[in-house]
Design a protein around this ligand. Structure first.
Ligand SMILES: C[S@@+](CC[C@H](N)C(=O)[O-])C[C@H]1O[C@@H](n2cnc3c(N)ncnc32)[C@H](O)[C@@H]1O
Length: 248
């Protein structure tokens, strides 16, 4: 999914490319692969996690690349100008999306691009699969109860705050972008990829409100095994939202 977006936005003429929320550098690597031996380019990876930045610096040795610790919320104070900003698998983590999209717009000239993707958005379920996702949570709650724990529905269910593609589009337009091209790409999630989701704190908080994260992740994994066995499935399709907005 990341390569899909990188191939669409990294092209000759983009001199300053920001990999926002770069983590340990997987997307930065894709960008560098795409750039080949281009010279007059700077690639700047930004992430709030010091350990991720350290890992990215250790993994990627390139004269055109640098990694800076910082957040999307303060982007314009870190990089004053860029031609392309990619923010992959991270926009759902940001509480004030309007503010962050505004920050990205501030540093792009007209024609500059902002690309983001996520599978944590309102509309990620493929038709006919909601039974799977619902049963997964029911079985996880059962697994929790077997261990004497329970969910607390008074806690804020963060997953319900995921935005729809239309809401993302409206935020981009309000920030000064042309209406973004948004595609929903269907991906078959394997058991392993869903175990990854089951370890994602926002997902745990949304699915099992009030449950300590480690207990929640464990219950979700048990619930996943039971659900996949009961329904006899080995993969489940889910949409990834891929968005490219051009500064107007
Ligand atoms: C799931 S990882 C994605 C890493 C990489 N972009 C990829 O797609 O492989 C999400 C990253 O977003 C970063 N992140 C979380 N909050 C952020 C924020 N407010 N501004 C920038 N990055 C943030 C996290 O530290 C983490 O490295």
């Amino acid at each position: 999914m990341n390569r899909w977006i990188v191939e669409r936005v990294i092209c000759p003429g983009r001199q300053i490319i920001v990999d926002l929320g770069c983590g340990p550098g997987a997307v930065t690597k894709l960008i560098l692969e795409r750039l080949g031996d281009a010279r007059d380019v700077r690639v700047i990876g930004i992430d709030p996690s010091p350990s991720a930045i350290e890992r990215a610096r250790a993994a990627i040795k390139s004269r055109i690349t640098e990694f800076i610790q910082g957040t999307a919320e303060s982007l314009s104070g870190i990089v004053p100008r860029a031609d392309a900003v990619v923010f992959l698998n991270a926009i759902h983590l940001v509480p004030d999306k309007a503010q962050v999209i505004g920050e990205v717009r501030k540093i792009l000239p007209r024609g500059g691009v902002f690309a983001f993707n996520s599978t944590f958005f309102n509309g990620a379920y493929v038709e006919g699969t909601s039974k799977f996702w619902r049963r997964w949570i029911v079985r996880a709650v059962q697994a929790l109860r077997e261990r004497g724990l329970d969910v607390h529905h008074t806690e804020k269910a963060t997953a319900r705050d995921f935005l729809s593609p239309e809401q993302y589009s409206a935020l981009c337009v309000a920030a000064g972008f042309a209406p973004p091209a948004i595609e929903l790409v269907k991906v078959n999630f394997t058991f392993e990829s869903m175990v990854d989701i089951a370890r994602f704190s926002l997902f745990i908080e949304g699915a099992l409100p009030g449950v300590p994260l480690e207990e929640g992740a464990r219950a979700l994994e048990i619930g996943l095994v039971r659900t996949m066995n009961e329904l006899g499935v080995s993969t489940v399709p889910r949409f990834w939202m891929e968005a490219v907005a051009t500064a107007a």
